[in-house]
Design a protein around this ligand. Structure first.
Ligand code: NAD
Ligand code: IPM
Ligand code: MN
Length: 369
């Protein structure tokens, strides 16, 4: 059996609480005689806790581990303790930004769907059957452009080049054709009516997808009106929403309204197209997996954070980095079975603790794998 190495970055706030549950799921898989692979963790401080321990939000050694390990599992970083002092690349969040950059995980896959057992604020008849992926370009745009920060002036350069847009467009179309979602449709969101970087985005997305993936339906939607439509006609987005780094960041948090909480949304950033079906010789696709939510300082330390976003991020790792489709599916089914049994954390209207929900998910997983 291959043993995959996973850089484990709990981070700050609820990060370590939820990643502990995701790591326990992977440990249980490793121990199962039916598992086709095992997982070894390489734990490191990351974000605010790394500033406290090492004086920097991510050490060079941790960045090297990120390149060396087969995949990365992260909780979340940041919190009031470090706010105001250092932000952006210098703050806790800079650890995430730099690790994404050095591993070139350009494709941030953020799936969302309606959970009938959840607490969606949207009307059931509106949101039923909604299931889509927000695919966020993750290594370019305004986040990574040259910055100027002076007391009375600041700027972030928002630019894209052809190769960056082509690769994310190919990823969007490939996901639309995969069985991750039932509809072969890509909805590209931009501000081509105003921004030059959006006009090149729209032109190259159009060129790439119509030429290379004629079976995929492609529509363009301005990102501002997309937000209203995502709430009033959510199921029209069934497919893959592709957007640049800034719009993708915002649209993927908006997608949390579908299940009604950020706590259940997973994300995975890939450096290449998803791994094909697993074989013992498969070379894993480098991936950086983290829930969409942040460090939730308002509930940190209380043991009530929802671990589902982190656990489903581990499932995305199995599917997209390692091609372990059955194992990924089993984790997703175990989460659904647990919710169906009535257990929920507070954000979903229940009173279970992080640990109770995590261990119930592992019990259900035992029945499946
Ligand atoms: P947040 O996602 O941390 O919290 C928003 C709201 O959602 C809060 O009310 C929180 O309690 C709730 N929530 C989030 N995750 C939850 C979970 N698993 N279970 C139950 N409730 C949950 O966003 P924020 O408050 O804007 O940011 C807090 C800090 O996190 C900031 O420092 C920000 O920079 C950082 N952040 C980090 C990441 C990351 O590292 N990937 C992502 C987003 C925000
Ligand atoms: C996310 C977060 C990060 C981002 C921050 C913490 C750097 O908001 O993963 O969505 O903006 O990419
Ligand atoms: Mn975000």
């Amino acid at each position: 059996k291959p043993e995959y190495s996973i850089l484990l970055l709990g981070g700050d706030g609820i990060g370590p609480e939820v990643t502990a549950e995701a790591a326990a799921v992977l440990d249980q898989l490793s121990a199962s005689p039916k598992a086709r692979a095992t997982f070894k963790f390489v734990p490191r401080a990351f974000g605010g806790c790394s500033i406290d321990e090492h004086g920097v939000s991510v050490t060079d050694e941790t960045l090297e581990q990120g390149k060396k390990c087969d995949a990365i599992l992260m909780g979340a970083v940041g919190g009031p303790k470090w706010d105001g002092k250092r932000r952006g690349f210098e703050g806790p969040e800079g650890a995430t930004l730099r690790l994404r950059e050095v591993t070139d995980v350009y494709a941030n896959i953020r799936p969302t769907e309606y959970f009938p057992q959840g607490k969606s604020p949207l009307r059931e008849e509106l949101v039923r059957g909604t299931k889509y992926i927000v695919l966020r370009e993750n290594c370019g745009g305004a986040f990574y452009g040259p910055k100027v920060e002076e007391p009375d002036y600041a700027s972030d350069l928002w630019s894209y080049k052809r190769s960056e847009i082509e690769r994310i467009a190919r990823m969007a179309a490939s996901l639309a054709l995969s069985d991750a979602i039932p509809v072969k449709k890509v909805i590209s969101c931009d501000k081509a009516n105003v921004l030059a970087s959006s006009r090149i985005w729209r032109r190259i997305v159009e060129e790439t997808i119509t030429k290379e993936f004629p079976e995929v339906e492609l529509v363009h939607q301005l990102a501002d009106s997309a937000t209203t439509l995502m709430m009033t006609k959510p199921s029209m987005f069934n497919g893959v929403i592709v957007a640049d780094n800034t719009f993708g960041d915002i649209l993927s948090d908006l997608a949390a309204v579908i299940p009604g909480t950020l706590g259940v949304l997973p994300s995975g950033c890939l450096a290449d197209l998803p791994a094909p079906a697993w074989t013992p010789e498969l070379k894993p696709v480098k991936g950086f997996f983290e829930p969409v939510h942040g460090s939730a300082p308002d509930i940190a330390g209380q043991g009530i954070a929802n671990p589902i976003g982190a656990i489903l991020s581990a499932a995305l790792m199995l599917r997209y980095s390692f091609g372990l489709f059955e194992e990924a599916k089993a984790i997703e089914s175990a989460v659904n079975l647990t919710l169906e049994s009535g257990l929920r954390t507070k954000d979903m209207g229940g009173s279970s603790s992080t640990k109770e929900l995590g261990s119930a998910i592992r019990e259900n997983l035992k029945k499946l794998l």
